[in-house]
Design a protein around this ligand. Structure first.
Ligand code: FAD
Ligand code: DHB
Length: 394
């Protein structure tokens, strides 16, 4: 088969790109290595920035988000026995975020795509991309037990951090910038109502903790743990007890407990591959860059990349000019590096590294005090958290 744009990976980046291309009448095919059920159940991010919601609305993919998503106008920081709330709309001129799980974004986009969108092929792992510098590309993949080839003008790697499309860029043509953090997160999903109606980010002498949610009946909670922790070493009671201690600036404060339905350990790393384009091959989302989860930027960056990319393809389609594809990488990297810095800042301000000195802890607390005391420092955090408008957006 042949298509204009081959999209590798049906995570949020690949699915939204396919939707946006379809709305511009640009031919594409999405190849996804896993099955639909797996992709729809994979537990990941939960916070959508204002601009992510705006893009999903414009893509006609926000009906259920409008009904079931939870708008949030702030977060709470806890440190040194204090609680401090940041009021996002007041600090940013009206911007906010939404709690709506990545699993739900993915389900909504898959349903749209299967209803009237371009082909979406599950269980079709891609193993090679050829012709990045030629007149066209060939994508080699396996489907139904057979080797297949898709020819196309452009290949977009939306295949995540462990994807293969990046390998179509020869090593000398790309630079990787990376940082690994000396701690991990234990994340749980529990059938228990959230303890508070906003997210709580807690600095504590025993490490970071985060209280998030998926719905009024389901809590999503995270706990800093050592690298290499086995989830089995954390029975449910131990998790709840530790969360209570880390959040518990006040003796009368307790999480509402309930059955833990999922438990997993996530490593933490920052990485950026530059440039995000090589000839006919483009990278978007986690395939090009990852952030540590603190601050919830990963999914939002995937959405901003493909929004810029869809506009570049639309420009080519309508005018024959590839200028926006030529500037794609530069157009994305400013926002990418801003999110890299913010995620690094949130991570290193809120976590306690193994063997951390009392000096470093004092610096963290001074920074948190500063955010609590100064509207300028608070606005800096709030602007980064809610995200800047995308180009061409109000
Ligand atoms: P992905 O969602 O990774 O999608 C890539 C897709 O490509 C996958 O469906 C994969 O199966 C497919 N694929 C891979 N290789 C191939 C191949 N060879 N051929 C075909 N298809 C292929 N962010 C937060 O803000 N908060 C969180 O709590 C959070 N938790 C996370 C937990 C984990 C375990 C991970 C990995 C990420 C988490 N993130 C979180 C980050 C966020 O989920 C990602 O930034 C987001 O998923 C990026 O979307 P994407 O479409 O670029 O990549
Ligand atoms: C969630 C994850 C984050 O990394 C974050 O900063 C906020 C919320 C979540 O999964 O709900």
């Amino acid at each position: 088969p042949r298509t204009r744009v081959a999209v590798v990976g049906a995570g949020p980046a690949g699915l939204l790109l396919a939707r946006l291309l379809h709305l511009h009448s640009i031919d594409c095919v999405v190849l996804e290595s896993r099955g639909r059920g797996y992709v729809e159940q994979r537990q990941r991010a939960g916070i959508l920035e204002q601009s992510t919601v705006d893009v999903l609305r414009r893509a006609g993919a926000a009906d259920r988000l409008e009904r079931e998503g939870l708008p949030h106008d702030g977060i709470e920081l806890r440190f040194a026995g204090r609680r401090h709330r940041l009021d996002f709309p007041a600090l940013t001129g009206g911007r906010r975020v939404w709690v709506y799980a990545q699993t739900e974004v993915v389900k909504d986009l898959i349903a749209l795509q299967l209803a009237d969108g371009p082909p979406l092929v599950f269980e079709a792992p891609v193993h090679a991309v050829e012709g990045a510098q030629d007149g066209g590309c060939t994508v080699r993949y396996t489907h139904g037990g057979r080797e297949r080839a898709l020819t196309c003008d452009w290949v977009v790697g939306c295949d995540g951090f462990h994807g293969v499309v990046r390998d179509a860029v020869p090593a000398p043509a790309r630079q990787v910038h990376e940082r690994v953090y000396p701690y991990a997160w234990l994340g749980i999903l529990a059938d228990a109502p959230p303890v508070h109606d906003e997210l709580i980010y807690a600095h504590s002498p025993r490490g970071f903790a985060l209280a998030s949610m998926r719905s009024p009946a389901v809590s999503r909670l995270y706990l800093q743990v050592p690298v290499g922790t086995e989830p089995g070493t954390w029975p449910d009671e131990r998790i709840w007890d530790e969360l209570d201690v880390r959040f518990g600036a006040h003796a009368d404060w307790r999480l509402t407990r309930g059955p833990v339905t999922q438990k997993a350990v996530l490593p933490m790393r920052s990485s950026v591959t530059e440039p995000m384009r090589y000839g006919r091959v483009l990278l978007a989302g986690d395939a090009a860059h990852i952030v540590p989860p603190t601050g919830a930027k990963g999914l939002n960056l995937a959405v901003s990349d493909v929004t810029v990319l869809a506009r570049a393809f639309a420009h080519l389609h309508e005018t024959g000019s590839a200028t926006l594809l030529d500037t794609y990488s530069d157009d994305c990297l400013g926002r990418v590096w801003r999110a890299e810095h913010f995620s690094y800042f949130m991570t290193t301000t809120l976590h306690t590294a193994p063997g951390q000195s009392s000096f470093d802890t004092r610096l963290q607390l001074s920074q948190l005090e500063r955010v609590a005391a100064s509207p300028h420092a608070a606005a800096e955090l709030a602007e980064n958290y809610t995200g800047a408008p995308l180009p061409g957006e109000g």
